[in-house]
Design a protein around this ligand. Structure first.
Ligand code: SD4
Length: 332
């Protein structure tokens, strides 16, 4: 065990040993559930494109709509934004010029659905929801996901769009070596992950991306993987992730954040510990940006990233268009 982890572990063990076993989890859950009635709607999402997406989600929440509808409607705005190079139809392609989209959704009943490696469909998030609601499965990928989407009449689209194709061609020319072995470019992969609590105190989440720009064909990141890019447990809270998916998958990132909140940590602290776990598990942190945002049943929120530069948008009844810089472990 590394020194830092050992100290954390020892401290947590010492603290919990001072409590009666029933007070460790029982009390916390009790406290959380008695606060449920006091919860007010709130929606948070990754990066500044979250501001616009949150507004759409808010239209659902302010009318006493369900968090599930809010998180689907919200991220659809980002998926449809042709100027967004990391989400939806305006997204960058893989090394071979195919735009392959990943998305997942999870609701307050722990139902979940996901699609990965989906091409030519306008709204992957809605297909993910249909997988959740219309099938007995959780995830469909590639041509199977596409066939399912077409069967259910989801809108199609042609990708890459013209501007993106031009950029990809230029990239290919300039990156002869990377074309053989692409490198992650942390500057242009900004997934949207969204978490909402509705007026019933129920939490749902969504996550959608075009993934790592110029990735190897077939690559799928954390974003459509329940537990990695997104996780919700309505008794505790929800979390979602952005950044280098491979690192997030390695620690089952969003699930880790929710489980840390289950142990009583504030969302901010839970995100921080998950980030520290990523740092501990990677010898080379160069370019390795990852961030988490989280919400608990009391409506408390937090966000933390490996490096500076990550931000998240928050919408509440009395706060519109708010963007917070996430706390971070180190500077670029
Ligand atoms: C991925 N996590 O495919 C996504 C990319 C991302 O901010 O989040 N970018 O690895």
């Amino acid at each position: 065990m590394k020194r830092r982890s050992f100290f954390k572990f020892s401290l947590a063990t010492a603290l919990t040993s001072l409590m009666k076993p029933e007070s460790i989890f029982g009390m916390q859950n009790h406290e959380i559930s008695t606060r449920e009635a006091k919860t007010e709607p709130v929606v948070i999402s990754t990066w500044s494109h979250g501001i616009e997406a949150n507004e759409e989600a808010w239209k659902v929440l302010e009318n006493n709509g369900k968090s599930l509808d809010a998180v689907e409607q919200g991220v659809k705005i980002t998926e449809a934004d042709l100027s967004n190079r990391s989400v939806g139809i305006g997204g960058r392609p893989d090394r071979d010029g195919h735009v392959t989209l990943d998305a997942c959704i999870m609701d307050e009943r722990s139902r979940c659905g996901a699609v990965a490696y989906l091409e030519g469909i306008q709204h992957p998030i809605s297909v993910a929801r249909a997988v959740m609601e219309k099938t007995q499965h959780v995830m469909l990928v590639g041509s199977g996901a596409k066939a399912f989407a077409l069967d259910y009449g989801f809108e199609t689209c042609k990708t890459p769009i013209k501007e993106v194709k031009k950029d990809w061609k230029a990239w290919k020319k300039e990156n002869k070596e990377a074309f053989e072995k692409p490198e992650i470019n942390h500057e242009n992969h900004d997934t949207i992950g969204m978490l909402a609590m509705d007026s019933f105190g129920n939490i749902s989440g969504s996550c959608t991306t075009s993934g790592w720009a110029y990735k190897l064909p077939g690559r799928v990141g954390d974003s459509p993987i329940i537990g990695a890019g997104l996780f919700v447990d309505n008794e505790i809270g929800g979390a979602c992730a952005t950044g280098m998916g491979e690192a997030i998958i390695r620690i089952a990132g969003s699930h880790t954040v929710v489980e840390l909140m289950r142990q009583g940590l504030h969302p901010q602290e839970a995100c921080k510990l998950a980030v520290e776990r990523i740092i501990d598990k990677h010898e080379n942190l160069e370019g390795l940006q990852c961030g988490f945002i989280a919400i608990n049943k009391m409506g408390q929120i937090g966000g933390f990233s490996v490096y500076n530069g990550f931000n998240y948008a928050v919408r509440t009844a009395n706060g519109k268009g708010k963007l917070f810089d996430a706390a971070f472990d180190r500077k670029w």
